[in-house]
Design a binder for this molecule. Structure first.
Ligand code: ADP
Length: 659
């Protein structure tokens, strides 16, 4: 539409130019006509009577001087004979009079016409050389002079076509116009004004029909390319459309930029989201009021709550252990009072949804937005339970290492002691045996003497028996001590112990004298029960005796407490409970003592752990080692209503061999 409008405007403008040119041509023709009529009147006013020839010449000259389009005025008689003439002072023309006088000349044709019509007549134009090599187109006007209805002569006025254009048309022409006289066939006769060859030519032609001659006045005008802005409206519309197109272009560009920015933004967002989601560190953001505004998946996984359950919460979070809520609230209050948290973070304890607690390392920092305003707090969380576990493990292994080192020392000591003690024990044993032999020998002659010499005081037989029994005990215990030391030595040196089949009763019998001694001292009643028909156990007898002794001693010591009223030590031997016909025999040592608190239970078998001031803390750890070396198991459980039950198992020598 806009293009059509501009084109129409261009067309309109062209038609305007054409119309103006037509009007100018019409005006010019009318001007020429008026001037010609005017000239005709002036010519007719010349005093053309015989005596006034001089006056005629004067006036005709005057006329020529004023009317520059006139080149020559002749006064001829009725026979066309030249009476007199005047020439224009402006332009000399070499008239060829012979030619002029010929009956075929334009002049005579015009006059013939004039005579015939009885009124002025014009000739057609003709070319008249000027004599200086140039020439111009001329036209004759023949005015018949009449007196009393008779033609008395003629006035012939010669017009220069070029001068006509120059004097009658020129003043109205614009610089862009060209006026010319042409013949009907288009031949140019006279031209005035040089039309510049513009991009568009406009032409207007007008007929100038004079009596006897017809001329065409042609006007050419040129115009540059039709103005792009012929009027304000078009200019406005064009300006607006240009603005519109510009705005559209800008919009399209802007839109493209926006789309690109959006895409970049979406990419960046997706990248950030992926980063946040793949983090193992928990992230949480809170605003200045303490409301949770953001949690990342790692945090949710850590505490076991969904983001929906956490977002918006402020005063108390579900992952705070209930007993520490107050402490955490205080910490939060301090934070919101503006106190900066420590840069290196702090440790705290959180609770999972299932109630389990876990240690976390929290690193907090103020949340500063793009405008530099403090809008809340950002916290990062690290679950450090694994770290703690590893620390605990390394601490425990460190302790074990130390204990092992000490054990090694103890082992060295034990082997040294056993080496050193062996000799005195052997000495004790041999002295006891020697004494026994002596007593035996003494007893025999004494008896013999009794019959021979009754006066000598006989030794009291009871006392001697007691001494003998004591000596026997000394010898037996010394041997036992020797065996213990040997076993310990072997144990420490990790030599293969001598396994033998021993019945449970034998084991109990071996330790009961020593147990009874301590039991009597502490007021403990001792019960032993051996399940009938038990097979023998295959074991290192001395070491298992030591284990039994140790457990019995521990049990009695546990009951050595003022709060313990019923002091009963119960030792039972039976088939292992899990399988009646198995190859395992179970020893159960039950006491009614103080029991074992949880924290003690955890370290019970740790070497050097003891709660007793005089204790070594090696008893139970050795016991377990001994039992485990036999392939058995040593464990404990609380007794009902009070006390502890220690249980261990030993392999049977011949499974179910006994009836
Ligand atoms: P020690 O006898 O030298 O203290 P043990 O290894 O035999 O070393 O015992 C370690 C600790 O186990 C004891 O100090 C005691 O606190 C505890 N304990 C062992 N047996 C019992 C029991 N029957 N009842 C209560 N506590 C016991």
């Amino acid at each position: 539409m806009l293009a059509t409008m501009v084109w129409l405007a261009g067309r309109y403008e062209a038609s305007q130019v054409q119309t103006r040119l037509e009007r100018d041509a019409a005006d010019a023709v009318s001007d020429i006509r008026t001037a010609l009529t005017h000239n005709l009147q002036s010519l007719q006013a010349l005093p053309a009577d015989a005596p006034g020839q001089l006056a005629w010449e004067v006036e005709a000259s005057e006329l020529l001087r004023i009317r520059r389009e006139l080149v020559r005025i002749e006064w001829r008689d009725a026979h066309l004979k030249l009476r007199t003439h005047v020439q224009s002072p402006y332009r000399p023309v070499a008239w060829d009079m012979r030619l002029r006088e010929s009956s075929q000349s334009d002049l005579s044709i015009a006059c013939t016409n004039a005579r015939r019509l009885g009124s002025p007549a014009y000739s057609t134009s003709y070319f008249q050389p000027h004599g200086d090599g140039l020439g111009s187109e001329m036209m004759e006007l023949c005015v018949p002079l009449t007196a009393g209805g008779r033609t008395t002569g003629f006035l012939v006025a010669t017009y220069g076509l070029q001068d006509m254009l120059l004097n009658l048309v020129a003043h109205n022409l614009t610089r862009s116009q060209e006026a010319s006289f042409t013949e009907p066939d288009g031949t140019r006769l006279a031209v005035m004004g040089a039309a510049r060859r513009g991009s568009r030519m406009f032409t207007a032609q007008h007929l100038l029909d004079l009596p006897g001659a017809t001329l065409v006045l042609r006007m050419d005008g040129w115009h540059t390319a039709p103005s792009v802005f012929p009027n304000v409206l078009t200019a406005l519309v064009t300006a607006m459309s240009i603005a519109l197109v510009t705005v559209m272009v800008v919009l399209v560009r802007d839109n493209r930029r926006r789309l690109r920015a959006e895409r970049d933004l979406a990419d960046a967002l997706a990248f950030r989201k992926a980063m946040e989601d793949s983090l193992v560190t928990g992230l949480r953001a809170r605003d200045l009021q303490g409301r949770i505004t953001y949690v990342n998946p790692a945090f949710c996984e850590m505490v076991g709550f969904t983001p929906q359950e956490l977002l918006g919460l402020s005063m108390s979070a579900p992952y705070w252990p209930p007993e520490r809520v107050e402490e955490y609230q205080q910490r939060q209050a301090i934070r919101f009072a503006g106190t900066m948290p420590p840069r290196e973070g702090f440790e705290s304890e959180f609770m999972r949804k299932d109630g389990t607690r876990f240690p976390v390392l929290i690193i907090e920092a103020p949340l500063i937005n793009a405008q530099g305003q403090h809008t809340g707090w950002m916290s990062a969380f690290l679950d450090i339970s694994e770290q703690r576990r590893v620390e605990e493990l390394s601490r425990a292994s460190q302790e074990r290492l130390q204990a092992t080192a000490r054990l090694a020392t103890v082992g060295e000591m034990a082997s040294l002691l056993s080496h050193e003690l062996n000799q005195p024990l052997a000495a004790i044993s041999s002295y006891a045996n020697g004494s026994l032999n002596l007593l035996e020998q003494q007893a025999a002659p004494a008896l013999a003497c009794t019959s021979a010499d009754t006066s000598a005081a006989p030794p009291v037989p009871d006392a001697l028996d007691d001494v003998r029994m004591a000596m026997r005990q000394i010898a037996r215990q010394a041997e036992r001590a020797g065996r213990v030391i040997k076993s310990v030595h072997d144990f420490v040196r990790r030599r293969d112990q001598a396994r033998e089949a021993v019945s449970a009763q034998q084991l109990l019998d071996a330790i009961l004298p020593l147990v009874s001694l301590q039991a009597r001292k502490l007021g403990v009643r001792v019960f032993t029960t051996v399940e009938p028909g038990l097979p023998s156990t295959l074991c290192d007898r001395t070491m298992v005796e030591q284990v039994l002794l140790n457990l019995a001693r521990n049990a009695m010591q546990a009951m050595d407490d003022p709060t313990v009223r019923t002091r009963v030590l119960d030792i039972r031997v039976r088939h292992a409970a899990s399988s009646q016909h198995s190859d395992w025999i179970e020893f159960v040592v039950t006491d009614q003592g103080t029991g074992i608190p949880t924290e003690v239970a955890a370290k019970l078998f740790t070497p050097f752990f003891t709660t007793r001031p005089e204790g070594m803390g090696l008893g139970l750890s050795m016991c377990r080692t001994v039992i485990e070396q036999h392939g058995g198991f040593l464990g404990f459980a609380p007794n009902s209503p009070r006390g502890t039950v220690f249980t261990f198992t030993l392999p049977a020598s011949q499974p179910d061999s006994r009836p």
